[in-house]
Ligand binder design. Structure first.
Ligand SMILES: [Zn+2]
Length: 65
């Protein structure tokens, strides 16, 4: 299995969005995902945590300083 279904909370409106992580992209990836609710682009930074055996996910809004 090389795709991991996860989710992130929109940095703008807080709604949960589905996130599909392509594990072939590496242990650290930055994805741009538009929120399904408010349509704002979220910068989703993911890094694999081998101790927890899952991805740690951080979300910021694109363009925010
Ligand atoms: Zn949103």
């Amino acid at each position: 299995m090389d795709r991991d279904e996860s989710s992130f909370l929109c940095a703008c409106c807080g709604e949960a969005n589905d996130l599909f992580i392509d594990q072939s992209g590496g242990d650290r990836q930055t994805l741009i995902e538009d929120c399904a609710v408010c349509c704002r682009p979220n910068v989703v930074s993911i890094s694999f945590n081998p101790f927890a055996d899952r991805y740690d996910i951080e979300v910021t809004l694109e363009g925010r300083d």
